[in-house]
Design a protein around this ligand. Structure first.
Ligand code: AMP
Length: 187
């Protein structure tokens, strides 16, 4: 299974990606997690990425695309993966298409989670208390949602046009949402 999971910040992508990762036995690859790991370990990549991340801006495509290409070439990514947080703009869709074409693979589905803005803001506020992410400040949250609307939401039409978009309500019990996604994907 080669899957994307998409949706606005706070909709529960990471949580559902973990569920799908366990269910299908495929790695959960989150570009945000890769960046945060590098920031925590003070790598050059982390230093470069943090200046963008803290402001709620996208890390430049060149850097992000390279990280994804390297990660998808690893051994554990041969039988499938679920990509979380990538692609986020049209250039990244193109880069991913290129990587997949080279590997002779194609996406099975793009899972989209939806929720209204009040729900998203409340979830991010709670997460900020628990995780203390550097980009969960009110300013960065607003910026990230705006970037999502402008750059990422239009990509859904692209994948809808390819006939692989699957939309799900992201509000509700975690396990029920996971079951709905899995039964739709297994059909
Ligand atoms: P996330 O955990 O997916 O919300 O990502 C946290 C932050 O990492 C984002 O706000 C961006 O600054 C950066 N980031 C993650 N994925 C990407 C991507 N595909 N392209 C550019 N920046 C990204």
């Amino acid at each position: 299974m080669y899957l994307l999971i998409m949706g606005p910040q706070g909709v529960g992508k990471g949580t559902q990606a973990e569920k799908l990762s366990e269910h299908y036995g495929i790695p959960h690859i989150s570009t945000g997690d890769i960046f945060r790991y590098n920031i925590k370990n003070k790598t050059d990549l982390g230093t470069e990425a943090s200046s963008y991340i803290d402001k709620g801006e996208l890390v430049p495509d060149e850097l992000t695309n390279r990280i994804v290409a390297d990660r998808l070439a690893m051994d554990d990514a041969r039988q499938g993966w679920i990509l979380d947080g990538y692609p986020r703009n049209a250039a990244q869709v193109e880069a991913l298409d290129g990587i997949l074409a080279k590997q002779g693979r194609r996406l099975d589905a793009v899972v989209v989670l939806t929720a209204g803005k009040p729900v998203l803001l409340e979830r991010m506020r709670k997460r900020a208390e628990i995780e203390g992410r550097s980009d969960d400040t009110p300013e960065a949250i607003e910026k990230r949602l705006a970037v999502y609307e402008k750059e990422t939401a239009p990509l859904l039409d692209e994948y809808r046009g390819r006939g692989i978009l699957r939309e799900f309500d992201g509000v509700g019990a975690i396990d029920e949402i996971a079951e709905r996604i899995e039964s739709a994907l297994n059909k």
